[in-house]
Ligand binder design. Structure first.
Ligand SMILES: Nc1ncnc2c1ncn2[C@@H]1O[C@H](COP(=O)(O)OP(=O)(O)O)[C@@H](O)[C@H]1O
Ligand SMILES: [Mg+2]
Length: 279
């Protein structure tokens, strides 16, 4: 059975999708078999790998809230060359062939908007399905919406691990206490095995002494709850979302190389903390 990790924080724009996508790509590059589950109806993670009209009848994240047998649907697999995922070349195949393809996208769609109105049992159905899905992969990465509803709760109920990107600005630290409280409550009431890997300080403005101070203060105050590698705000990272290739792909310029190093170091730390070594 593979491990499940959820990237979550109830705030938009902090880097959830960027880091979920980077973790999935990095893990594939390390030889692991990976599924990324996109729980945000904005479909940003999905669109990094497949065009929405390529989904067809394949399994979607919203299906996980009401399906009883995952085997009844095909899933979207995306091929990769030398570990680099090649967007848009979607294959539809059965879950039994997950080992062969090694990278699957469980896409988001508009139906996710209505899961917030489902009864609470649906979150349990979702977590059961997520666990079944994890039997076919080494790692399942869940990207979540910026809200505190089902899209956040349901994956955390089934996850082994969670991590949260945070920006070192004036408002983000306000949300840390409520994030920790939410994780603590889920761990206590719903999922004892959930382990928090840490906050990832992302989008640090390296020209801002104040932001550097905030980042250092977070590290000092929160100790092991902060991942030691900080990721700076760099155009190479936002550009990589446009090109739909990881930032380390053909990284030539100095600043792209630094961005690639920061992202890869962070992903390595996360995989090490999950005790996931190369396949
Ligand atoms: N370290 C970074 N440097 C530059 N741009 C970033 C960085 N991290 C994220 N971004 C950009 O910021 C925007 C929001 O990031 P995203 O991952 O979509 O956040 P979320 O999923 O939490 O809403 C995106 O345009 C993304 O490309
Ligand atoms: Mg997002």
């Amino acid at each position: 059975m593979g491990k499940i990790v959820t990237c979550t924080v109830h705030k938009g724009g902090t880097g959830k999708t960027t880091l979920s996508v980077a973790l999935a790509c990095y893990a594939v590059k390390q030889g692991l078999s990976v599924a990324i589950v996109d729980l945000d109806s904005q479909c940003n993670a999905t669109k990094q790998f497949i065009a929405l009209d390529q989904v067809g009848e394949c399994l979607t994240a919203s299906d996980l809230f009401d399906m009883t047998d995952l085997q009844t649907k095909t899933v979207c697999f995306v091929p990769h060359k030398k570990g680099d995922i090649e967007p848009d070349n979607v294959l539809h195949d059965s879950l039994d062939n997950a080992v062969k393809h090694r990278f699957s996208v469980i896409p988001a769609n508009d139906v996710l908007l209505s899961v917030e109105r489902l009864p609470i049992e649906s979150a349990s159905i979702f977590s059961k399905n997520l666990r079944s899905l994890s039997e076919y992969f080494d790692l399942v990465v869940c990207d979540t919406p910026p809200t505190k509803g089902f899209g956040m709760l349901a994956p955390l109920m089934a996850s082994d691990y969670a991590f949260s990107p945070i920006n070192p600005d004036a408002f983000s630290s306000d949300g840390v206490a409520s994030l920790f409280e939410k994780i603590r409550a889920i761990k206590e009431e719903k999922n004892k095995k959930l382990e928090f890997l840490g906050l990832v300080i992302n989008r640090l403005n390296t020209h801002s002494p104040l932001q550097k101070q905030v980042a250092n203060y977070m590290k000092e105050q929160l100790g092991n709850n902060v991942i030691s590698q900080v990721i700076a705000e760099r155009s190479a990272i936002s550009n990589s979302a446009f090109s739909r290739r990881p930032v380390w792909y053909q990284a030539r310029s100095g600043s792209t190389r630094i961005a690639a190093k920061e992202i890869k170091n962070t992903m390595k730390i996360l995989l090490d903390k999950m005790e996931m070594n190369e396949a």
